[in-house]
Write a protein that binds this ligand. Sequence first.
Ligand SMILES: NC(=O)c1ccc[n+]([C@@H]2O[C@H](COP(=O)([O-])OP(=O)(O)OC[C@H]3O[C@@H](n4cnc5c(N)ncnc54)[C@H](OP(=O)(O)O)[C@@H]3O)[C@@H](O)[C@H]2O)c1
Length: 342
Amino acid sequence: MSSELESQAWFESTFIGFLFRQFATPKPLPPGIRLTDQVAVVTGSNVGIGFEASRHLLSLGLSHLIMGVRSQSKGESAAAQLRKEFPAAAVSVWILDMQSYDSVRAFVDECATLPRLDAVILNAALMNISYRTAATTGHELTMQVNYLSTALLTTLLLPVLKAKKIPGAPRPPVICVVGSDLAYRVDVETRGSLLQHFNTPEGFGQFLWYGRSKVLLTFFLTKLAEFVNPDDVLVNMPNPGTTRGTAFFREFSTLVTKIIAIGQFLIARPAATAATTYLDAALVRGKESHGCFVSDWAIKPYPQFWYTAEGKEFGEKLWEETMEELNFAGASKVIQDMSASR
Ligand SMILES: NC(=O)c1ccc[n+]([C@@H]2O[C@H](COP(=O)([O-])OP(=O)(O)OC[C@H]3O[C@@H](n4cnc5c(N)ncnc54)[C@H](OP(=O)(O)O)[C@@H]3O)[C@@H](O)[C@H]2O)c1
């Protein structure tokens, strides 16, 4: 359990800790895992780690993959590759634009029409290089996509997953919300309104806002997991580690991209390897991973700040502010209903 690993948190936040994680030996899946008849959703799966995770799931015999993507054409082109490779599987492309709460809600409604849903991997995220806001909400884009819309999508999918649980199945439905170990290395602003703080360009930095979006997500998920029975829905947070061969730095200049590529050549893992961390979280980890940070094929501590008194206060305040933000879509009611069977 991440909550019991406080003594290791300081090490994980050091550069050496990062290197240890980064060069951890990938753990192969236990033999015999087959996903016949199963249905999975992977968001942001047209490219990068999400695409490779989709490919892994299909190679394990997944029957139906739903690719939650924001561009129909990019999604169809990725789906065409997967359909060619795995002709026996159904591969659907559904639109999900995480900049928009309406799109998130429409996507959840579509998921509710599925006859079953075994695993959801919320992988879509971005690093925004300049301060921009989402058209419909006014929130800064990184925070909107990586934190607020991901929190909403996670919450609204809980009752859907619970309702689709197959009686007698060896594992409960699982929702994996992708984190980042950059969360170990950034600080957060604790004064004033935690969410409003991100709605001003003052102090904006692409790595800082991205890292903070993942810190907030870590706090949100740990609190969320407290209300959810892991026998109904297992919730955990895989971290793929520093990865090469993805489109993550697409907005950066050619020069910066080249510099990043040198660093990636030295330390990053290929997207196909990084994607196995998602499979580990979704298919191997059990109740012991509920609400946990699952990094590099093992349960790891939360960021050091999480264990402090200030961190506890931050988590409570963030939860309240987030619920207030998401209550237009009934978030508190969903949590209340889920916690009834806790
Ligand atoms: N790469 C790394 O080193 C690294 C390290 C730690 C954690 N991670 C995490 O791993 C995950 C995948 O990263 P990656 O490197 O594979 O990134 P990527 O190649 O850039 O893929 C990101 C995916 O998210 C989608 N996306 C972005 N904004 C979206 C929106 N508004 N609505 C819906 N989808 C949206 C992208 O769609 P488009 O193609 O249409 O833009 C793309 O499909 C992310 O959660 C990231 O934070 C990555």
